[in-house]
Design a protein around this ligand. Structure first.
Ligand SMILES: *[C@@H]1O[C@H](CO)[C@@H](O)[C@H](O)[C@H]1NC(C)=O
Length: 299
């Protein structure tokens, strides 16, 4: 019996192929990715590191790993204590490695369950805990009709509804979920609202969904927000601040691929309160650039 079990585990071991995440920072500022394994899943070799603008790091991920990945921004080490902390996505470890700490909201999250039900990798990008930076997952070399990029390309901080903004200095650095901001069961899908029939989209969740149609905008937003690739075949490119110009040209935005497009260009022109004062101190803003290209078609 024990021999049979050993044989079985060896064959499972041989059959399972580890995955690779390529984490790339296209932002014009430094980011510090954080990684947290789900309960009962071993931590990855790294749980946090620094990425300069333009830098990419490949990470080996064991078969059947599940957990979440996010980006921290605006991090500093305290000059006296040496304690490391971040204005967004902080994991509370006081160090670059998160060591089992999760991200403080608001934060844009990538969630993975590799080699889950039906031998599929499941992944999604979630704004249920709010938003800090644009982030897209590009599966590469995978197969399946739902094996397409997902995420949130839009720069939402300046567009963030009043009451949800997180301001640091003069910058809006993140955008809270309505659940975090108002702690109301209706927004949190808790209590009487704790099921998909009673917890419905709200004007706040709709703000996130309009801007980022493939991302989770509230807890029961499953229908358009979960993606799958056949397990063991795909590599995943996680891009922070993905280039919008390359995405516009590509088929990645094709709504047929997933029922909804990756980028909603209609949203561009409903921009509110965009301040040009913001431009020098903050990265390239998608709404601004899209509005410009739209205008230029008339000139
Ligand atoms: C795009 O945004 C507009 C509002 O800005 C919304 O009416 C429309 O439904 C959105 N499209 C998608 C696919 O989410």
């Amino acid at each position: 019996m024990a021999a049979l079990f050993a044989l079985l585990s060896i064959s499972i071991f041989l059959g399972a192929k580890s995955a690779t995440f390529r984490v790339t920072n296209n932002c014009q500022y430094t980011t510090w990715p954080g990684m947290l394994s789900n309960a009962g899943v071993a931590p990855l070799a790294t749980t946090g590191f620094q990425l300069q603008p333009g830098e990419t790091r490949a990470i080996d991920v064991p078969p059947s790993w599940s957990g979440r990945v996010w980006a921290r921004s605006l991090c500093t080490s305290d000059p006296t204590s040496g304690r490391f902390s971040c204005a967004t996505g902080d994991c509370g470890s006081g160090a670059i490695e998160c060591g089992g700490g999760g991200a403080a909201p608001p934060v844009t999250l990538v969630e993975f369950t590799l080699n889950g039900a039906g031998n599929n990798d499941f992944y999604d990008v979630s704004l249920v805990d709010g938003y800090n930076i644009p982030l897209v997952v590009f599966p590469q070399g995978g197969s399946g009709p739902n094996c397409v990029p997902t995420g949130c390309v839009a720069e939402l901080n300046e567009q963030c509804p009043e009451g949800l903004k997180v301001v640091s200095g003069r910058q809006t650095v993140a955008c809270k979920s309505a659940c975090e901001a108002f702690n109301d069961p209706k927004y949190c899908c808790s209590g009487a609202y704790g099921n998909p029939n009673t917890c419905r989209p709200t004007s706040y969740s709709q703000f996130f969904k309009n801007a980022c149609p493939r991302a989770y905008s509230y807890a029961y937003d499953d229908a358009t927000s979960t993606f799958t690739c056949a397990a063991g075949k795909a590599e995943y490119l996680l891009s922070f601040c993905p280039s919008t110009s390359s995405l516009r040209q590509s088929s990645e935005n094709n709504p047929q691929a997933a029922g909804v497009p990756l980028i909603n260009y209609t949203m561009t022109f409903s921009g509110n309160g965009y301040s040009t004062h913001y431009l020098p101190s903050y990265p390239f803003n998608i709404f601004f650039s899209l509005a410009l290209s739209w205008l230029s078609t008339f000139l």
